[in-house]
Design a protein around this ligand. Sequence first.
Ligand SMILES: Cc1cc2nc3c(=O)[nH]c(=O)nc-3n(C[C@H](O)[C@H](O)[C@H](O)COP(=O)(O)OP(=O)(O)OC[C@H]3O[C@@H](n4cnc5c(N)ncnc54)[C@H](O)[C@@H]3O)c2cc1C
Length: 370
Amino acid sequence: MAGPIAIVGAGISGASLAYRLASRGHDVLLFDDDRPGRATGWNPGGINPLHGPGFPGFMAPIYAEAYRLHADQQEEVQAISGLGFGWKLVDRLFLASSDEEGTALQCMAGHYQALDGFSARWMDAAELARWDGRLDPRWIGGLMTHGNARVDAERYRQALIAGAVRKGARIVNRKVDAVETRGDRIVSVRSGADDMAISALCVAVGAWAGEAIAGWSPGVTVPVRALIGDLLLIRAPGDGPRADIGRGLTAIYQHDGDLYWVGGTERTSGPLGEAYEPAREELIAGAASLMPGWRSWQVVAQSSAARPMTPDRLPVLGRTPAYANGWVINGGGGKGILMSAWLANRLVGMIESDNDPPEVARFSPSRLIE
Ligand SMILES: Cc1cc2nc3c(=O)[nH]c(=O)nc-3n(C[C@H](O)[C@H](O)[C@H](O)COP(=O)(O)OP(=O)(O)OC[C@H]3O[C@@H](n4cnc5c(N)ncnc54)[C@H](O)[C@@H]3O)c2cc1C
C-alpha cells in the first residue's frame, strides 16, 4: 500500500483507530475539524459492559471484550501520552420506584454476578435510607453494582491522539471536503487547497455522516443521525453521592474531584453544543428527584453532544460497498466510548488481513446504506 491510511474524524472512534494503527506501525493521517457537539467532548465516559442495545444477547461478549481492551490499554496510553484521563472503577446504584422495576433490577444482578470483576447486591428501602438519607424515600430499593469503569472521555481522546502522534501519526486540524477515486479505489483526499495521496480511507465522522464529502457521499451515505444528549456539570464541595446513582436516563455521575455530571436527555432536534434552557430545567428536576435532600450543588456548565445513532442502535463497521479501500467506523450511539476500542481493534484486523471476521457481519455498512 502506498501512502498513509487517512482517518476522517478524531472523536473517540477515530482517535482509537489512529492509536491502534500507529501502534502497529502504519502511516496514519488523522483529520478533524473540531466541530461543536462532538459526542466525545461531553459525556460521562461510562465503560459499562452490562447494559446497552443487544444486551443480554449477542452484544454481551462484545461489550465484555471492549471493556477488557480499555482496561488492558489504559496504563499504556497514559504512559505514552503523559496524559491522565481518570480511569477508575465506580459503584453505581440503580434505583427502583415500583416492584416491577425492582424485579427487573434483580434480574440484572445475575449478569453482574456472572462477569469476572463485577458484582451487585440488592438494597431495600431501609438500607438505602441508611446509606444516604438524602435519597427520596419513595425508592423501594436499589441495585448497588460494582465493576463499571469511568474515564474523562475528552482527555482519553486527547491521550489516544497524543499517543498516536508519539508513534508517528500526523494530525491535520481541518475538514476533509472531498475524496478522489479511481475505479473502486480512493486515491486521495482533499482538505482546503491540499490534495493528499492515501492508501485507504476510514470515515469516523460521528453524527455528521449525512454531510457530503464530495466523491464519498452520497454514494455511501450511512444513516447515522444525531441523538442529542444534554448534560449539566455540577460542583458539590465535599458531600456528593458515594456512587453514581440513577433511574433510567436520569442520573448523577461522579466526574473529577467535587465535579459531577447530571444527565441525561435524548432529543432529535434543537441546538447542539450550547446551553439549551428546557434541558437545564429537566436535568435540575431530574437530579432533585433522585436525591431531594442534596441541595449544596451548583451548576458550573451545561452543554449537549450528538450521539451518532443508527436506526438499529448498533455500530457500523466495515468496508463500504463502493470502495475496496474505504471503511466506516461509526454508530457508537450511547455506547461509543465503550465500543471504540473494540471497533478500532477489529478494523485494524480487517485492514491488515483484507478479510472480514464473522463477528463483524452484523455491523456491516451494507445493512444500512441509503
Ligand atoms: C450525553 C451523552 C452521554 C453518553 N454517555 C456515554 C457513556 O457513558 N458511555 C459510552 O460508551 N458512550 C456514551 N455516549 C456515547 C459516546 O459519547 C459516543 O458514541 C462517542 O463519543 C462517538 O464518538 P465518535 O468518534 O464516533 O464521534 P464524535 O465524537 O462525534 O467525533 C466525530 C468527529 O468527526 C469530525 N468530523 C466530522 N466530519 C468531518 C469532516 N468532513 N472532516 C474532518 N472532521 C470531521 C467532527 O469534528 C468530530 O470531531 C454518550 C453520549 C452522549 C451525548
